[in-house]
Design a protein around this ligand. Structure first.
Ligand code: MN
Length: 199
């Protein structure tokens, strides 16, 4: 089975001025494409190892598989977490109620998500996820696959790898997160929440 790089659900310039065309083109066309390629390669190498019975590089290929696989999975979800922006962007309905329940208020949730995402050490993601026990939590995930407890169902992701924002914002990660906040597709996030609510 070959993994594929899907087209974005919008044009490269559709998220302007909040997310610029050039960064988005490189992010999707080079970086996400790289994860797909790496995942396909690791998958092939693991199949070869099963075929030959030579598992001497198993640690390497398992790590490659986890790294590129998680990168591919997160980016697919990330692209669909965004839409053309608006200044007063906010969740609504059941999702808003759940956020208020688990974080105390919308404003407290926003403050925690932004702070956690800004504070990710090195490359990583800010993640809003449903835990197996049913509650919503925010996680600072390193790379794509570290500090990611099993059983989590992510519903919103913010990419804070340097490749996601450096071209436009340089080291000012906080400005990227502020911009990202305007282009979150809350309808999509709410649909994910509905899907995992009882799962
Ligand atoms: Mn990325």
């Amino acid at each position: 089975m070959e993994f594929e790089l899907k087209k974005l659900p919008y044009a490269y310039d559709a998220l302007e001025p909040y997310y610029d065309k050039e960064t988005l083109e490189i992010h999707h066309g080079k970086h996400h494409a790289g994860y797909v390629k790496g995942l396909n390669n690791a998958t092939k190498k693991l199949a070869e190892a099963r075929e030959t019975g030579d598992f001497s590089l198993i640690k390497h290929w398992e790590r490659e598989s986890a790294f590129h696989g998680a990168g591919h999975f997160f980016h697919e979800m990330f692209w669909e977490s965004m839409q053309p922006g608006k200044e007063d962007n906010k969740a609504s309905g059941d999702l808003l109620e759940a956020i208020e329940k688990w974080f105390g208020s919308w404003d407290k949730f926003v403050a925690q998500f932004k702070a956690a995402t800004a504070a990710v050490e090195g490359s990583g993601w800010g993640v809003l996820a449903k835990c197996p026990q049913g509650s919503l939590h925010i996680f600072a995930v390193e790379n794509h696959q570290k500090s990611f407890p099993p059983g989590l169902r992510p519903i919103l992701l913010c990419d804070v790898w340097e490749h996601a924002y450096y071209k436009k914002w340089g080291p000012d990660r906080v400005s990227w997160i502020e911009s990202f906040w305007k282009i979150i597709n809350w309808d999509k996030v709410a649909k994910r929440y509905e899907k995992v609510k009882t799962a």
